[in-house]
Design a protein. Structure first.
Lengths: 113, 110
């Protein structure tokens, strides 16, 4: 069983569209994250949720809206997609502790054309 | 300004050579993690170092945490093509914010 799974793996869409990426973890972790990895491979945190509550929102445009229906799921909805949104988006989960280890999904490669 | 500065950004060497990559900061950390990311995959944790001066070994990989807990290094002995990947250091900032360095892209040529 995949520990952290996100869908879809690839997403190609036109500018102005709205799209969602889904993420599920079966590790029983209490914290989930969304990261954006740009073309230079820099992994930047976007959001963090702990037990369905938003903990971190890193100056992300409000076109990005995360939703956590329960602590095993964290979805990312993006409105009015722009060319600059093209990137690989990673979902991750962890259990809060002194040495928080993050488990990552395989990523969603979003291409806005 | 990056919290974690990794160097070098790119490294390409021949199979069998040794190499060291670095993760530096001006801040003191309670712990530091190293991840490896292969193409098309998410990062995977290699090790967590916690104590200043700590050394951990994972087969041919040796991780060291600086005495002052501000820096770390990863040394690979006799590199193999399977070691190719993006190596990322990361630390916890605040309560639950896991932040990463820019990474070192390592290529081992057969």
């Amino acid at each position: 069983d995949t520990a952290v799974s996100q869908t879809p793996k690839y997403l190609v869409t036109q500018m102005g569209n709205d799209k969602s990426i889904k993420c599920e973890q079966n590790l029983g972790h209490d914290t989930m994250y969304w990261y954006k990895q740009d073309s230079k491979k820099f992994l930047k945190i976007m959001f963090s949720y702990n037990n369905k509550e938003l903990i971190i929102n890193e100056t992300v445009p409000n076109r990005f809206s995360p939703k956590s229906p329960d602590k095993a799921h964290l979805n990312l909805h993006i409105n009015s997609l722009e060319l600059g949104d093209s990137a690989v988006y990673f979902c991750a989960s962890s259990q809060v502790g002194r040495n928080t280890e993050a488990f990552f999904g395989q990523g969603t490669r979003l291409t806005v054309v | 300004t990056q919290l974690l500065e990794q160097s070098p950004q790119f490294l390409s060497i021949q199979e069998g050579e040794n190499l060291t990559v670095y993760c530096n900061s001006s801040s003191v950390f309670s712990s530091l993690q190293w991840y490896r990311q292969e193409p098309g995959e998410g990062p995977v944790l290699l090790v967590t170092v916690v104590t200043g001066g700590e050394v951990k070994k994972l087969k041919r990989l040796t991780f060291q945490f600086g005495d002052a807990r501000k820096d770390s290094s990863l040394h690979i002995t006799a590199a193999q093509p399977g070691d190719t990947g993006l190596y990322l250091c990361a630390t916890i900032q605040g309560a639950q914010k896991l932040v990463f360095g820019q990474g070192t892209r390592l290529t081992i040529n057969p």
